[in-house]
Design a protein around this ligand. Structure first.
Ligand code: NAD
Length: 690
């Protein structure tokens, strides 16, 4: 205590999560301060690297958050007690911010961040966050902050009125702040009793928010519940609003989506630990090289430069480097136009990128990523050259989607330094990076790949070396089914509709059109050579290409396009029907459920095969790859988790049917059969492996 102010300091490493012991300590300290006649006000602060970072997720899953004192009990004590200030450094997220919102004032250090990220776990802020933020900042701000779950920095928190001041420390400065307010008699009522921000609300903002949810949330329940709560905050008295929010929270908590999203959260954490608890030290990458500034090389250059890494980009000649420079400028211009990047940040990033045509410019690089055309002869000659010109410590990575990393490693003459770093298109946007282990990759090379991906804000998954690695390898079975379904009579529209209603951002047929059917045909011509003799690929893509239909870029593929709008095209349907006749297939109609199972169940069978062959370390890594690489709906956990939830027996039955019809690659894998027969849970059956 000092001068009539009580300091309550939470010290619970690593992140001061609101565990039961923290709540018990808070309850004791607040009760003592409230009962002490010498205390005029209290300051809630934390020791360590952060404010209260949120609820304790492990306790949430075990139901321990319901043991008293609950967060809500503590909030009641603060709100009913003496004037208070939350002094925030580090981050105040979720329950941490909700607790701070029960204080009379909030002040933050310039490096502080705040946010209510519950939506990411399929929840809503259930400790009054929707009600108090709405009453403090108005519904428009609350909708933005709570629906996005994004973090706000101190300046924005202050501009929006969440912080009453930005301060230089969490001791003297908040004390001075509170004393001044007490002296001036300037102490507002608790936020739940304030109504200025909810006067004259335009009801249209809620209609708009729900419309946006339909477009963006793709089947998630929490976003609409959040809108309901914020709307309730505008019309109900404070206590009733809190009760309304509680009911909505309880309906979501522990539900299917909440469980799947929590699973996805931990799956990502596990993927990051793929190299074990004590991985080899990663190399510090100050300067990175890129070979080839085409579509992928340019995107990767942007990702690196935006993270403050110097980039040396080498392409074949001046024209090619100019084209790369232009592509990069366009990406940055788009980011600035969207408000996602400041002009200063754009300049800084562009200054990091240097264009060359001579491989010797790689002589000072710590890592080089090859993103040249997908042909082994080209890759081998590039790796041979990289082996000559790069320093002895440099890691050499390929962005290949399907070619053998071992062959590139051999060509380099330094196989231990070679890994795959497989980015997804557009590389500056998509979160997934597969870090591919060759037969000889050193632990340091793999650690460096994983650490680099993290530094770029990506999600890294460790993969074994095979055609397609984890993601593309299983994707083939999904897109392959889309083609077989079309041969059998399902329309592109119905297939895409089913996939999109399931939660995919874009159906498999439209996705093909967008990526270009000529590109797909090229990859398939290589793949066709390694197919078992009794198997076939559907000829539909080649038929479309023969008809000059290359997808969106040529205005027509499986659909016709007006700009980006896809339109059902009788001509495309006629090509599909003619192909079916040639193949002797009698077309029929499909239910949506049949289509859903045909698209998604084969992914799970192939995923099991990837685990069998050590391409994927565990089922959850395949889920992380699908969620972050293809936008598989995280509220369904990922294909492997979804399969487990809906029953692996169904996956086996589907694989038996498809295997009989289409050949050995579609037949049930031994691991799938084993897991399905022994409890149907990947993690339990795989024991130490998962
Ligand atoms: P691209 O054709 O757009 O770009 C290739 C670039 O490499 C061109 O700028 C070309 O001039 C340059 N190049 C060719 N030979 C070179 C050499 N010897 N030295 C230096 N530069 C050379 O190709 P892309 O789509 O960016 O694909 C690049 C790689 O990324 C391929 O291995 C591809 O499989 C992989 N990939 C592509 C995607 C995708 O969606 N396009 C996604 C993931 C991975």
């Amino acid at each position: 205590m000092s001068d009539g102010l009580a300091f309550i300091s939470v010290d619970h490493p690593p992140v001061n999560a609101l565990s039961l012991t923290v709540r018990q300590g808070l309850a004791r300290a607040i009760a003592a301060a409230n009962a002490d006649p010498l205390v005029d006000g209290l300051i809630l602060r934390t020791i360590g690297k952060t404010f209260i970072a949120g609820a304790d997720i492990k306790e949430l899953q075990q139901g321990m958050h319901l043991q008293s004192p609950t967060v809500r009990d503590i909030q009641d004590m603060i709100e009913a007690g003496k004037p208070s200030v939350a002094a925030i450094h580090g981050s105040a997220l979720g329950g941490g911010l909700e607790l701070a919102l029960t204080c009379t004032f909030r002040v933050g250090l310039p490096d502080a961040t705040v946010g209510l990220p519950e939506v990411k776990l399929g929840l809503l802020p259930g400790a009054g966050g929707t009600q108090r933020l709405t009453r403090l900042c108005g519904p428009r701000v609350a909708l933005d902050v709570i629906l996005s779950g994004r973090r706000l920095d101190a300046k924005e928190a202050s501009d929006l009125g969440i912080f009453d001041a930005i301060v230089t420390d969490t001791h003297e400065a908040p004390a001075r702040f509170l004393r001044d307010r007490l002296a001036a008699g300037d102490v507002p009522p608790p936020i739940l009793e304030r109504s200025h921000a909810i006067a004259n609300v335009d009801a249209a903002i809620f209609t708009d928010a729900r419309t946006n949810n339909r477009k963006r949330a793709r089947g998630r329940l929490a976003p609409d519940a959040i809108v309901d709560c914020i709307e309730a905050a505008c019309r109900l008295p404070g206590a009733e609003g809190v009760a309304f929010e509680r009911a909505q929270f309880d309906a979501l908590q522990g539900g299917e989506q909440n469980r799947a999203l929590a699973y996805a959260f931990f799956a990502e954490r596990d993927a990051a630990k793929a190299l074990g608890s004590n991985p080899a030290p990663a190399l510090e990458v100050a300067r990175a090289g890129i070979v080839g500034g085409g579509l992928m090389g340019s995107g990767i250059a942007v990702a690196l430069a935006n993270a403050g890494i110097d980039v040396i980009l080498v392409d074949v000649d001046q024209d090619a480097t100019s084209a790369a420079q232009q592509r990069i400028a366009q990406i940055h211009a788009g980011a600035v136009a969207r408000g996602a990047m400041s002009d200063a940040a754009r300049h800084a990033a562009q200054n990091h990128i240097h264009f060359h045509t001579d491989y010797r410019s790689f002589s000072s690089c710590d890592l080089v990523i090859e993103a040249a055309p997908e042909r082994m002869a080209i890759k081998e000659s590039i790796f041979a050259r990289l082996g000559e010109v790069t320093p002895a410590h440099a890691i050499l990575a390929s962005n290949t989607s399907s070619l053998d990393i071992d062959r590139m490693a051999a060509a380099s003459n330094h196989p231990s330094r070679v890994i795959g770093l497989h980015f997804f298109s557009p590389a500056h946007v998509m979160k997934l990076v597969e870090v591919v282990r060759s037969g000889a990759s050193s632990p340091e090379a793999l650690s460096t790949g994983m650490a680099l991906a993290r530094r770029l804000g990506k999600v890294a998954v460790l993969a074994g070396n095979c055609d397609g690695f984890i993601a593309n390898r299983s994707l083939q079975f999904y897109t392959g089914q889309a083609e077989f379904l079309m041969e059998q009579g399902a329309s592109p529209e119905q297939i895409d509709h089913v996939a999109e209603a399931f939660g995919m951002p874009m159906g498999p047929v439209a996705m093909r059109d967008m990526a270009g059917l000529d590109v797909a045909a090229l990859v398939r011509s290589v793949r066709a050579r390694t197919l078992p003799p009794e198997e076939r690929l559907s000829p539909l893509i080649e038929k479309m290409v023969e008809a000059g239909r290359l997808g969106q870029k040529s205005g027509a593929g499986f659909y016709r396009y007006e700009g980006r709008k896809r339109i059902t095209d009788p001509e495309a349907l006629a090509i599909i029907q003619a192909a079916a006749r040639e193949l002797g297939i009698r077309q029929r109609s499909f239910t949506d459920e049949e289509i859903r199972d045909r698209l998604f169940l084969p992914i799970i069978n192939e995923g099991a095969r990837e685990i069998e062959e050590d391409i994927a370390l565990r089922a959850s890594d395949i889920d992380v790859a699908w969620v972050n690489g293809y936008g598989f709906p995280a509220h369904r956990g990922g294909p492997m988790y979804w399969g487990e939830q809906t029953g692996l027996d169904r996956v086996v039955a589907m694989a038996e049917r498809l295997g009989a019809e289409l050949g050995p690659r579609w037949q049930p894998s031994a691991l799938l059969r084993h897991v399905a027969a022994s409890g149907g849970e990947w993690s339990r059956t795989l024991g130490g492996k998962d």
